[in-house]
Design a protein around this ligand. Sequence first.
Ligand code: CNA
Length: 320
Amino acid sequence: MQPCLLTLRLVSRFIRCSRWCAVRRDDQYSRRWSSSGSDKQLSQGIESVASYIKQQASNILVMVGAGMSTPSGIPDFRSPGTGLYDNLQKYDLPYPEAIFDIHYFMMDPRPFFTLAQDLYPGVNYKPNIAHHFLRLLHEEGKLQMVYTQNIDGLERLAGIPEEKLVEAHGSFATASCTLCGRRHDAGRVKKAVVEGDVPVMCEAAKCKGKVKPDIVFFGENLPSVFWDYHLQVPFTDLLLVMGTSLEVYPFAKIADEVGRKTPRVLINLSAVGSFGSRDNDTVLGGDLVQTVEELTKALGWEEKLRALEKNYSLQSGNEE
Ligand code: CNA
């Protein structure tokens, strides 16, 4: 490995650990998961979550990650075989995290722009049933906030209003110069990236910086809105965690910051984080779409969900 690459890697490791830190958890909770994962227990879990949502919850905090969008066709990071980390050959990266590493981007922005070209909201992917379910929680007056780690913009496309959405790792909705910080027209940047006309250079006089969409890279600060809305976390009456490995901090720690009496529900393929450590934790394993379908049914919201889905298709001209 070249010396400068090695230094870059060490520096970025250090920064990641101090700020936007991916931490592997031990698997002490996975045993609880498998011991509570029978079909019967699962459906009982769904029934009790549905009845709590109907009768008691009016301030639901939802935390989502890349697993939320795999049903839309976007690979997550860590799923073995299908995740981005196992399929990075085409980006020719020295290590997987380099794709979102600001220091690496300064040196070679092509891998990120290749990914961005595919991921730009409104180009290749559309919200799935789980995104529409979050919109339905909002329509039913149950949603406090959606905290997402995703950068695909699918929550916005599903119609979660801006004031209820924290895009913790940024979004493509705005773009800035990585050198002077100047804001650039997001539409112009999108056009350039989608057409492969990259890197996009800053237009400010004498600045030779590269412009990037305001996605938060390893080594960059989270948007202030992440911290602002943090104040609301103690007032949550139900935490719903969907499709995330809860390995990236500080995002992941929100799951442990809700009150100890607040019920926490995990909808994910595998057990993650500290789920299982509290008496009022519920873990709903398996595919997220299937769980959301069953939860919707238990809530008696099937028609409403189909209507939202249909409405989205009509409005976006995507009806199949
Ligand atoms: P991750 O670490 O890849 O974890 C995803 C989790 O979702 C895993 O625990 C999977 O088991 C689970 N999962 C995947 N598919 C399903 C499914 N169909 N049903 C149920 N569970 C499923 O991703 P995280 O979001 O936890 O990691 C944080 C990173 C990933 C964020 O910073 C994102 O920017 C980044 N990311 C985002 C996207 C996106 O915007 N769609 C895609 C890939 C990575």
